[in-house]
Write a protein of this length. Structure first.
Length: 141
């Protein structure tokens, strides 16, 4: 079952990014693209960097994602970003806790990390669907 999580997350990522790009507003597009870039960076960190540096690079990636969400929040003032930023704070805290505690990434880390990523993607997807519906309602009037 655990081997299905990564493909499911990448499928949700693809659907979210494509739908946000096609039907979302500026905030949804920017949030989805920032999330995609951060997720690709995670994969590159695991592929390229030695294990001894990965925790630091992951923490930097999480901070960059939070900063990206903050910039989008300041630019568009979209309500869904508050929730996404809180979830991103949880993600950042998770990485910091494991880094400072010099703990290996165990099953709890993986579960929290994946559930949190899933939740952030669902927030962006829901915001995209709401924007799409709002536009359709305005067009119908």
């Amino acid at each position: 079952m655990l081997y299905l999580i990564a493909p499911l997350l990448w499928t949700l990522m693809a659907v979210t990014v494509l739908l946000a790009w096609r039907r979302g507003g500026g905030a949804e597009r920017a949030g989805a693209i920032i999330m995609l870039i951060a997720s690709i960076m995670v994969q590159l960190i695991h592929l390229i960097l030695p294990v001894s540096l990965q925790a630091y690079a992951l923490l930097i990636d999480e901070a960059a994602l939070a900063a990206g969400f903050l910039l989008v929040a300041l630019r568009y003032f979209s309500p869904w970003l508050g929730v996404a930023m809180i979830l991103q704070a949880i993600q950042f805290s998770l990485h910091a806790y494991y880094l400072i505690g010099e703990k290996d990434h165990d099953d709890l880390y993986k579960i929290v990390n994946n559930v949190n990523t899933f939740a952030i993607l669902l927030i962006i997807l829901a915001a995209t669907l709401l924007t799409w519906r709002r536009r359709a309602d305005l067009a119908a009037k």
